[in-house]
Design a protein around this ligand. Structure first.
Ligand code: AMP
Length: 299
């Protein structure tokens, strides 16, 4: 499933009646802000983000707004999920703009802790979801999903949401969180939101802004390759290696692209399949210049 971003003009001509957002930085303050609504029975929705908010995040916040009494957006670039040679330092940080987007989307509380607030001590305790985080991004970003699961578990413990919203764009992350919640009996409902795309198919990502104009022009090849795989499966191909070959050929037709992986996996444990016999996800990661892009589709 996918959705196309609404043109910006459309949002800007609507009458802005959204009240201000309560922006808090500490665990104590976010708990205090939620104490009263929680005790009066409001459904609390959490949207965990790393900021640099875009229409993909807006779709998550919109879902939470429709389904919950109180919407909390966390904005935290989590050092624990970045490898030593990854882009933690250059990850875009645009808090002021983000708070304005949150306000317009009807957010009640923005939780924007510092790294010291989240990790006052070097952590010795981690959440690790094995197997589900073994392949795809897990293979190429060792420790990434341990960092993600740990920070999400901490956010769940800090905010204690009834529902939490995640994008299908990060399908393996969603599977990791779902499994953690099931394995550890965490009392939260996980809601999945379809990937929001640019009109040319490129999945919207905070990292797209690093693409130069030639790279940006090349980038939709990723979605085209995934669509080719979908087409092959829909027309009856059941041999995963044949489907992969067809999709990889599309990616290889674009000289700016370097393929990291393209796999066909089962949607719950994210294990690569050789034969397609039920619902699958086709997932890929590519490098375009110095920017790593991921995407996936369901069949
Ligand atoms: P991030 O800020 O990149 O950590 O993403 C925060 C949440 O937004 C995650 O659950 C992502 O899966 C989700 N997200 C990011 N991009 C998109 C998109 N294009 N469509 C839908 N959800 C997205």
């Amino acid at each position: 499933m996918s959705a196309v971003a609404q043109p910006r003009e459309k949002r800007e001509i609507s009458i802005d009646t959204a009240p201000p957002v309560n922006v808090v930085q500490t665990v104590k303050d976010v708990r205090e802000a939620l104490a009263l609504p929680r005790s009066s029975g409001s459904v609390i929705g959490l949207v965990p983000t790393m900021g640099a908010l875009h229409p993909g995040h807006e779709a998550l916040i919109g879902g939470a707004r429709r389904e919950c009494g109180i919407v909390v957006v966390s904005i935290f670039v989590n050092p624990l999920q970045f490898g030593p040679n990854e882009d933690y330092a250059r990850y875009p940080r645009t808090l002021e703009k983000d708070v304005e987007i949150c306000r317009r989307q009807g957010t009640d509380v923005v939780f924007n802790p510092s790294p010291d607030e989240m990790y006052p001590l070097p952590p010795l305790t981690f959440a690790e979801v094995t197997r589900v985080s073994e392949h795809l991004c897990g293979k190429f970003r060792p420790g990434h999903f341990r960092g993600v699961a740990t920070v999400v578990l901490k956010l769940f413990n800090i905010v204690r949401p009834d529902r939490a919203y995640f994008g299908e764009k990060d399908m393996q992350q969603l599977a990791v969180i779902r499994r953690m919640v099931a394995d550890l009996n965490i009392p939260v409902e996980i809601a999945a939101v379809p990937t929001v795309r640019e009109p040319d198919g490129l999945a919207i990502s905070s990292r797209n802004q690093h693409l130069n104009s030639a790279e940006r022009k090349a980038a939709p090849v990723l979605y085209r390759a995934l669509e080719e795989a979908v087409k092959r499966i829909r027309s009856g191909e059941r041999d995963a290696s044949k489907v992969r070959e067809a999709a990889i050929a599309i990616l290889e037709s674009e000289p700016l692209v370097r393929i990291e992986y393209l796999e066909i996996v089962d949607p719950t444990e994210i294990q690569p399949l050789s034969t397609i016999s039920g619902p699958v996800r086709i997932a890929a990661a590519v490098w375009i210049g110095g920017t790593r892009l991921i995407d996936n589709v369901a069949v």
